[in-house]
Design a protein. Sequence first.
Length: 215
Amino acid sequence: MSCGLPAPGPAEDFTIRTVTREEVGQWYHVYNTARHPDTNAHTFAQGWGSTRFAPISQADGSPVHTYYVASTTEAAYMESVLHDASLSPPGIFEVDSLRHYFLVTLRLPASLQRVSFHTHDLPRLQQISRAQMVDSLPACYPETRAWAQAAYLQRSQAQAISYGSRRDDSGRCLLLFKQRMPNPPFEVLGVEPLAFGSRRVEILELVRSLKLHEL
């Protein structure tokens, strides 16, 4: 199946931009222990999973270690816990699934070099649109991952890919490349379970605002 996204060429006009702490002071990451019980706040994916922009590989074929972050808690929830929930018509949310999820609040380095997949930078990439790169369905992931792969290999200074959240377009997202980050790659400011406490209240308020059916 083809989703109509062209394959990247060997010398695409990828745009490198800088993100700083002045722009976003804190970022958020949600991890899930259901499939990988040992996952914690510092765990980068090492070639597992199937997402829009990962897994991808280094030039020698070894996996790039990747980690998604979002600029708001709502975007982090929408891109993880609620990633597969239908919004129109409203789908089902299993409240018990929250026991596997944890929210990480973190601070990135003072500045970070990123390949921009934001709307204003996409036209230079064979006139690609946001609809093709960011808003497409999971069936299109092999095609969007090819662009993440090309961005990683063609821009050796890039430490991340940036884009606007598909599920919450007010949120900014980054896919971090651990091999190009400093050590440590970020500072963890806090880890909170989503199954109870204030974060449970917060996410259930979001679920109810979306009119999702709770089980």
